[in-house]
Design a protein around this ligand. Sequence first.
Ligand code: FO1
Length: 307
Amino acid sequence: MSGIVVLTGGVGGAKLVLGLIHAVDPARVTAIVNTGDDFRHLGLHISPDIDTLLYTLSGKANAAQGWGREGESWAFLSALKELGGEDWFQLGDMDVALHVLRTAMLARGESLTAITAHVAGRWGIGAKILPMSNDSVATMIESDEGLLEFQRYFVEKRCAPAVRGVRFDGAEASVPAPGVVEAILAADAVLIAPSNPWFSVDPLLAVPSIHVALTQTRAPVVAVSPLIGGQAVKGPTAKLMGELGLAVNNDSIALHYGDLLDGFLIDSGDACNVPGLTIDHIATLMNTLDDKVRVAKAALTLAARLA
Ligand code: FO1
């Protein structure tokens, strides 16, 4: 069966994957998810991008918020605050259950791969959700306020510090999680979701054997731009690009992915003048499910043209 691989971070990527599983048989879809945002907090192992995929594909996500679950209660967090615990990272009661279970299973020697598959199975998710690696890869932000863990930058400081650089501690020694390289090499199409290239896709590309597999696969690699009209749909992409001295446009995104990219799906009103790329245009804003299905189908059509 022809496989579709999606390299994805959290919010933007989850929308594309949701569109895909409504466009094709979910069993054909493998999401390879960024774990660079993972961090230990209050003794719990938290995997934000994996959890956003799990919540989104099972219909449990708080779609408006972009993370966490719909219909959350907050008794844990308010009790924690009462006790003087850190409450800058909002943890809902049902969300905490997932972090507690994951931490307990890791302590028993289970892998992030197995834990993710366990939850996906319980929630009837047909697509495969694979961590990029079971090794620790930590996205660190070199900023004008010093070196920051990603969540401290992204949530606690609300992306206010100016970014000087992004690095992925542990990436050089990391190996891809089981199934990741096989899925990339067997794929008929590899899609790069409209996630932040520097924060959410680069950690995946920093896992050496993932980058090698992407250069080896016969599958065309097609990215969906995270920019619309020179603005990011959500999050700090445009601010980050400015701080990195890059023009906030699709050329910068395409040049960042370089030779890895065969096709680029950009918004109807936008342009991209990078040679050697096959460009397609569509309204890439994904609000409704129909939007997500339409963009997913357009990405697959572009990939099919390139195959
Ligand atoms: N993002 C926020 O902006 N504020 C939060 O309090 C917050 C809590 C949170 C809890 C669990 C989780 O899985 C994600 C959470 N996020 C929160 C989002 C998270 O920081 C981002 O989804 C990714 O790390 C960036 O893609």
